[in-house]
Every structure is written in structure tokens, then in C-alpha cells.
Design a protein around this ligand. Structure first.
Ligand SMILES: Nc1nc2c(ncn2[C@@H]2O[C@H](COP(=O)(O)OP(=O)(O)OP(=O)(O)O)[C@@H](O)[C@H]2O)c(=O)[nH]1
Ligand SMILES: [Mg+2]
Length: 367
């Protein structure tokens, strides 16, 4: 299963409570207070990992809870710190904070005032205060964008451990019975969206041959079939050059008219090419399904523009596929007369023209 958008509920570990204890030993009378502090609660951390390729783990486990801190003990023993929960997510995950909906039994308090979005919120639960991260506003709702391998973000911090009674001792207060409860860990709700990071995005109508091209240039094995919407989820492949340089290519489901409005598989997948540095517009030059490559090209540009005008500012390369079929040559002449742009001619099926395509991609990508 491929999951590229997932809502999660996060709770960091609560701090352990401080302990009230007095030293009791034979021959030592009134040994004094010796209650230790509570341990800190664990944090919830997300880290970008190149081996994770989608958010399916979080789909099955959308509640992330870190371990709580241990309580303090006698003999000044500090409670054990809670282990942090570290979750791996794919590179390219954007994390947005959502408005927190308190659980039953919780009351939203904002220092006695009506709540203002973007300010600190506190929750009161069974007489104790939970820290909730500031509610999102347009400017602050993106918490992090994990792009590089190893980049990490602490989503919620664990609570501090409470003080034990030995820390309350003073010259005038030698047998304190005070202690502190551990702080509650932060809670929050987040939405994770994956926006794949690849150098080249393959864009084209269904059946144009995008998956065939990906399978010829890289070691990826996407499904290839002569019907539209064979590819249902983005596929990534890496193509290598003789000097060990490499390019990553992303194949997304075919675009059709209205894709910007979520027609077909539309919108959901266009975001995966938002971050590609180069767009490869693949056209079925033979017009196999009674299509006209000129119309296809116009429509693709229109869909990209309607989705986000910035898409057209990216460098793009037009690639004419299916040049092995007899109708292709005449269509290509017509296309070139109409647009006067550089067109790379290939036949993905017969693997012809692929070396020139690779070199052109490289030059455009570097330049
Ligand atoms: N004759 C010929 N057929 C091709 C060529 N490239 C792809 N095809 C055929 O076109 C059909 C569709 O190919 P796919 O690679 O699945 O197309 P796609 O663009 O990934 O399609 P979707 O995933 O549905 O968007 C398959 O039957 C391929 O064998 C080519 O260069 N020449
Ligand atoms: Mg495909």
C-alpha cells in the first residue's frame, strides 16, 4: 500500500513524580529526607530516512506515544528517563500541525481568556495541566520539512520529572514532605504529507509510456499495460551514468484534463512533482488512442499551470515516444512546425534514443 498523507496523534511521555521518603536505618535516627526526583518523559521525534518510501507504517499506527519517566525513589534514587520514540519517515515529508481537539475530560484554558489561534494553549485534565503546542496559523502551521537524510524534528517534548522531597530541604525546613508531580508530556495532532524528491518528474497522458521509459532507464519494475491508469502510485527509479553520476526519476499516474481539479488521479499526485527540478513531458507521438500529440502537449501545460503557475517556470524537456510506429514521423513534423522546440525522439519499447535522452537530462539538470 502507498500512503502519502496521514494524520497522526502524538503524545510525549509524562515526567515521573518526585518521591517523599526519609532515611531509615539502624542506629541512624532521623536520617533526613531522601526522596529522589522523577525521570523525564521521552520525546517523540521524526527522522527522515532514505529507506522509508512512504507513510504506510503510520497508517497502521497513527498514535505515537513516548515512554513516561519513572517515579523517584527513596535513597535519593532518580526515576529512569523515558525512552524517546523515534519514527522514520521518508525524505520529503512535510509536517503540518493541526488544530488540537481535546479528548473527553479535558478543558481548553488560555490563561482565563478566549483562545487566540497561534498562542500557547494549556489543557487541564484531572487538575493537571498539559502543554499543547501553539495552535496553527497560516504562518506557523508547517512544523518541518524533512528533506535531507537524517534530518529530524521533535514533534512533542516529554515532561520534566517532578522534584523529590530531598530537594526541598533547607536550614529551617529539615523534614520536608513536599514533592512535585511530573510535568505532563506535550500532545498534538499533525498531518504528514509526502512530497517526493526526485530530479526529474515524468509527466504525460495515461498510456504515453512513462512507466515503460522508467523501466528502461532505471532498475525500477513498474507495471506496464496498454490501458490508462496502470500506474496508481508514484514510482521512483535511479539512473546511473558512466562516471557514477546519477539522476532520480519519478513516474506518476497519467494526467488528464481537469487533473488540477482532482479529476482522474489528479491533484494528489501532482504534488509529487512539485519538487522535481526538471519536468519531462512525455508525448505519445503516434497518437495510439486517437490522440493528437499537439493537443496533449497543450493540455498538459494547461493542467500544470492551473495546478500551480510555478510549475511552468521549471525547465522542461519534451520527449516524443513511440517513434517506432509509422504514424509518429508525420505527427512529429507537424508538432515541430507548430512549437519550434527541441524534441528528443525515443522509442521506450525498443530502447532507442535513450542514451541521447539521458545526456540531455543531465545537461538540463546540471545547467
Ligand atoms: N509501440 C510502442 N509502444 C509503447 C512504447 N512505449 C510504451 N508503449 C506501450 O504503451 C502502453 C502503455 O505503456 P505504460 O508505460 O504503461 O504507459 P504509462 O504512461 O505508464 O501509462 P499509465 O500508467 O496508465 O499512465 C504499453 O502497452 C506499452 O507497451 C513505445 O515506444 N512504442
Ligand atoms: Mg504508468
Amino acid at each position: 500500500m502507498f500512503v502519502d498523507c496521514q494524520k497522526i496523534h502524538v503524545k510525549a511521555g509524562d515526567g515521573g513524580h518526585g518521591c517523599v521518603s526519609f532515611r531509615r536505618e539502624k542506629f541512624i535516627e532521623k536520617g533526613g529526607p531522601d526522596g529522589g526526583n522523577g525521570g523525564h518523559g521521552g520525546d517523540v521525534i521524526l527522522v527522515a530516512d532514505k529507506n522509508a518510501n512512504n507513510l504506510v507504517d503510520l497508517y497502521y499506527k497513527p498514535r505515537l506515544l513516548a515512554e513516561r519517566g519513572g517515579h523517584g525513589e527513596g535513597k535519593r534514587k532518580q526515576g529512569k528517563s523515558g525512552r524517546s520514540l523515534i519514527v522514520k519517515v521518508p525524505c520529503g515529508t512535510v509536517i503540518r500541525r493541526l488544530e488540537f481537539t481535546p479528548l473527553a475530560g479535558c478543558k481548553l484554558m488560555v490563561k482565563g481568556e478566549a483562545h487566540i489561534p497561534g498562542t500557547d494553549v494549556e489543557l487541564e485534565r484531572r487538575g493537571r495541566t498539559i502543554k499543547v503546542m501553539p495552535t496553527p496559523t497560516a504562518a506557523t502551521d508547517i512544523v518541518a520539512d524533512l528533506v535531507e537524510e537524517g534530518q529530524q524534528v521533535v514533534l512533542c517534548r516529554g515532561g520534566r520529572g517532578g522534584r523529590g522531597n530531598c530537594t526541598y530541604t533547607s536550614s529551617t525546613h529539615q523534614a520536608p514532605r513536599e514533592f512535585e508531580q511530573g510535568e505532563l508530556g506535550e500532545v498534538g495532532e499533525f498531518e504528514l504529507t509526502l512530497k517526493i524528491i526526485a530530479d526529474v518528474g515524468l509527466v504525460g497522458y495515461p498510456n504515453a509510456g512513462k512507466s515503460t521509459l522508467l523501466s528502461r532507464l532505471t532498475a525500477a519494475h513498474p507495471k506496464i499495460a496498454p490501458y490508462p491508469f496502470t500506474t496508481l502510485t508514484p514510482q521512483i527509479g535511479v539512473t546511473y551514468f558512466e562516471d557514477f553520476g546519477k539522476l532520480t526519476l519519478a513516474d506518476i499516474p497519467g494526467l488528464i484534463e481537469g487533473a488540477h481539479d482532482n479529476v482522474g488521479l489528479g491533484h494528489d499526485f501532482l504534488r509529487h512533482i512539485e519538487r522535481c527540478r526538471l519536468l519531462l513531458l512525455l508525448l505519445d507521438m503516434a497518437g495510439v488512442d486517437n490522440r493528437d500529440p499537439i493537443e496533449d502537449y497543450r493540455q498538459l501545460l494547461k493542467e500544470l499551470e492551473l495546478y500551480d503557475p510555478a510549475m511552468l517556470k521549471k525547465p522542461r524537456l519534451i520527449v516524443a515516444n513511440k517513434m517506432d510506429l509509422p504514424e509518429a514521423a508525420a505527427n512529429l513534423r507537424r508538432f515541430k512546425r507548430r512549437f519550434r522546440r527541441k524534441v528528443v525522439e525515443i522509442s521506450a519499447l525498443e530502447s532507442s534514443g535513450l542514451e541521447e535522452l539521458k545526456q540531455t537530462l543531465r545537461i538540463l539538470r546540471v545547467g
